[in-house]
Design a protein. Structure first.
Length: 111
C-alpha cells in the first residue's frame, strides 16, 4: 500500500508564542492523562460514549497507533522551554493534527 507511515516526511516549521504554549501544553497533557486513564480503567473522560450514542452502521472506530502517540508526546516534551520568546518547532502532519486536537479537547474540557 503506497504512503506508509515511514514514507511520510512532510513537515512544517511552526512558531509557538508563550501564550500559545500555555494553551497547547495543557491540552497535550490532557491527552496523555486520558491515555493513562484508558490503560488503567478501560475508558477515559475524553472517549466517545458509544453506549449512549451508538454510531451509524459501518462506522470505523479506528485503530490505536503507538508510534503516533509517541510523536504526540514528543511534541509535548519539545514544548518545555524557559525562553520568554516561545519556541520554534518542525512538526509533521501527525504532530500538527495532534496539536489541533489537543487545543480543541482542552477548550471543550474546560467548558
Amino acid at each position: 500500500m503506497p504512503g506508509t507511515e515511514q514514507q511520510i516526511d512532510a513537515s512544517v516549521r511552526v512558531r509557538f508564542t508563550p501564550a500559545q504554549i500555555l494553551i497547547l501544553a495543557p491540552g497535550l497533557h490532557l491527552l496523555f492523562k486520558s491515555l493513562q486513564e484508558h490503560r488503567s480503567l478501560g475508558a477515559s473522560r475524553l472517549s466517545y460514549p458509544f453506549r449512549n450514542l451508538p454510531p451509524a452502521r459501518g462506522f470505523d472506530r479506528g485503530t490505536f497507533s503507538q508510534s503516533f502517540m509517541d510523536k504526540t508526546f514528543a511534541l509535548l516534551e519539545s514544548l518545555r522551554t524557559e525562553s520568554p520568546n516561545g519556541r520554534s518547532l518542525r512538526l509533521d502532519a501527525i504532530q500538527l493534527r495532534a496539536a489541533i486536537f489537543a487545543i480543541r479537547a482542552r477548550i471543550g474540557f474546560v467548558r
